[in-house]
Design a protein around this ligand. Structure first.
Ligand code: KG4
Ligand code: ZN
Length: 348
């Protein structure tokens, strides 16, 4: 069964209502033509999960149920367009927490049916790639995107819309996961990335020379050894300042990320390099990444912090491109907790 009967031509005036509920942010956005963000509302559940030290899937699903209707209503009002102008409804259908994903997917399908417009299921990882292009649509392809979040650390070559090649990925922990685990060990709270960054500002990044695993060994990453080194170092040196450990850990992560992004850009002859994902909100990573691009004379995009973390505007951008290339998603398509980025043949 196809989502909606009246498919208008997909062009610069096509308005997509996009929904994001894959993890702990309930978000809705109206995006026109894949680039023009008419509204973007994000309601974070961080306070709900903080007392447990991480996202609790059951609580996330229930909170999405409570928050989604008001968030969507606000996104429509703030967009300034009437709901009859909405040409399609999109939702993240993976990867993510299954209960959380199903709230957004079911709601999006219901609205698509109610308004008789197409439904589009969106890959959350592909959407992160589009977050950068939303802020700088004139960027020329091919691009190398460094996608660093709580669940993923990947270097991707974006040759064209929908044409992705995986250049490297983490073989164990994601960079954001390492931030979260180190923060938890140091007793800094949740979410870990911003907590580590805040305390690192008062620390000496040269205090401890933590290992840069696999720095000069291909384009894959490994962060679990670094996390173990932090734990072992603090156990052996209990008087060390948390600020010094946090600053030394942060520079070790950033150094490897930026170095590998540079090597990847050189390897594929990328015109530009883009940063994406929640860890891209980190100030040190942003500075070092921009400096690397400037030194190498490459176009650079470091999106605004709000566009790095989960939001629905990026879902709306990716949805517009998918609707144009593949058409609507059928309404019997479910949600996919382990969905991967669709890669070109010959890529892995
Ligand atoms: O992309 P995102 O919002 O959610 C997904 O994982 O999809 O990323 C969240 C991750 C968390 O691990 C969080 O600790 C990390 O991004 N993060 C940061 C910062 N802000 C968020 N890591 C380092 N520095 C930050 N300022
Ligand atoms: Zn994300």
């Amino acid at each position: 069964m196809s989502g909606g009967k009246h498919l208008r031509p997909i062009d610069a005036s096509t308005v997509v209502l996009a929904i994001e509920t894959s993890c702990d942010e309930t978000a809705a956005s109206l995006v026109m033509g894949g680039v023009d963000v008419l509204s973007s509302v994000v309601s974070s559940q961080i306070d709900l999960h903080a007392q447990y030290g991480g996202v609790v899937p059951e609580i996330a699903g229930r909170a999405h149920l409570d928050l989604l209707n008001p968030v969507v209503a606000r996104a429509i009002v703030e967009s300034g367009v009437h709901e009859t102008r909405i040409d399609a409804v999109a939702a993240t259908h993976g990867p993510g927490l299954i209960g959380a994903l199903l709230v957004g997917v079911s709601a999006a399908k219901s609205w698509a049916l109610t308004w008789d417009v197409p439904y589009i299921g969106v890959n959350h990882l592909e959407a992160h790639l589009y977050a950068g292009l939303l802020e700088k649509p004139e960027l020329e392809l091919p691009l190398v995107v460094l996608l660093v979040s709580g669940g993923h650390t990947m270097l991707i070559e974006m040759r064209d819309h929908g044409q992705y090649r995986l250049l490297g990925r983490t073989i164990d922990d994601a960079a954001g996961e390492a931030f979260d685990k180190v923060a938890r060990f140091l007793g800094l709270g949740y979410p870990g990335g911003p907590a580590v960054e805040a305390i690192a500002r008062e620390g000496d990044a040269n205090a401890v020379d933590f290992p840069r695993a696999m720095r000069n060994d291909g384009l894959d990453f490994s962060f679990s050894g670094l996390k173990t080194s932090v734990i072992n170092f603090v156990r052996k040196n209990p008087s060390v300042r948390n600020a010094d450990v946090a600053a030394s850990f942060q520079i070790a992560v950033v150094d490897v990320l930026v170095h590998k992004a540079r090597v990847a850009a050189e390897q594929v002859g990328a015109k530009g390099v883009v940063l994406g994902g929640g860890v891209a909100a980190n100030s040190l990573l942003r500075q070092r990444f921009a400096a690397m691009c400037a030194e190498d004379g490459r176009d650079c995009l470091v999106p605004s912090p709000a566009m790095c973390t989960d939001n629905a505007a990026m879902i709306g951008a990716a949805a517009w491109h998918r609707l144009r290339s593949d058409g609507p998603t059928t309404l019997d398509t479910g949600a996919f907790p382990n969905l991967r980025l669709p890669l070109m043949e010959g890529s892995w």
